[in-house]
Design a protein around this ligand. Structure first.
Ligand SMILES: C[S@@+](CC[C@H](N)C(=O)[O-])C[C@H]1O[C@@H](n2cnc3c(N)ncnc32)[C@H](O)[C@@H]1O
Length: 185
């Protein structure tokens, strides 16, 4: 069985996202996470997807169209997601940090906006809501964004949220980390 970070994130989404859910894909990219959220939330749900690259939103729109799915796509930074949803209203938020595969290698998620977005996302989650993050680091990504995110997550109030960071211990290179967040009831 293949075990990887993206598969773990998708398993987590399948366990937690129910029909009718309000979901946010904070990094639309090629749209695979958006499409999964749309399938899980179903026709009664709502999915917002953000990306700062129009070519990413175009790829997401094409994937959704090919599967007969619909989401609300926004050409905007995920740091502004709180302009689109009310605090305490969102069931699930997904981040997949890094670069658009096959896209401009100079455009990537960055520590400042990523930390701001995660803080905004924490406020948007409803009690019982969840968040999943896939953090890519090392190589051209460097370690700054990962370290800034982990530091910010360490400071999250444990009375209201549970944060689990999953780090592969016996794999070479810099395998991406999965982080799971639950907002307590
Ligand atoms: C690793 S890709 C996402 C992969 C995607 N979730 C998928 O399923 O294909 C990261 C994406 O984040 C986008 N991105 C970078 N900075 C961003 C920001 N501040 N706000 C929203 N998206 C951003 C990039 O343009 C890129 O498309």
């Amino acid at each position: 069985m293949e075990r990887n970070t993206l598969a773990m994130v998708h398993d987590f989404l399948r366990q937690h996202v129910h029909s009718g859910a309000l979901c946010i894909d904070a990094t639309a990219g090629r749209g695979r996470d958006t499409a999964l959220l749309c399938r899980l939330a179903g026709p009664d749900g709502r999915v917002f997807a953000f990306d700062i690259q129009q070519c990413a939103l175009d790829q997401t729109a094409a994937l959704l169209a090919s599967e007969g799915l619909q989401a609300e796509l926004h050409l905007d930074s995920h740091a502004n997601m709180n302009h689109y949803a009310l605090a305490g209203s969102v069931d699930c938020i997904v981040f997949n940090f890094g670069r658009l595969p096959g896209g401009d290698p100079m455009i990537m998620t960055r520590a400042d906006s990523s930390v701001a977005a995660v803080k905004a996302a924490l406020e948007l989650l409803k009690p019982g809501g969840v968040m999943a993050l896939a953090i890519y680091y090392g190589g051209a990504n460097g370690y700054g964004e990962r370290d800034a995110l982990l530091e910010a997550l360490r400071g999250v109030d444990e009375r209201h949220y549970s944060v689990l960071c999953c780090d592969w211990r016996n794999r070479g290179g810099d395998p991406p980390m999965a982080v799971f967040v639950w907002r307590e009831m």
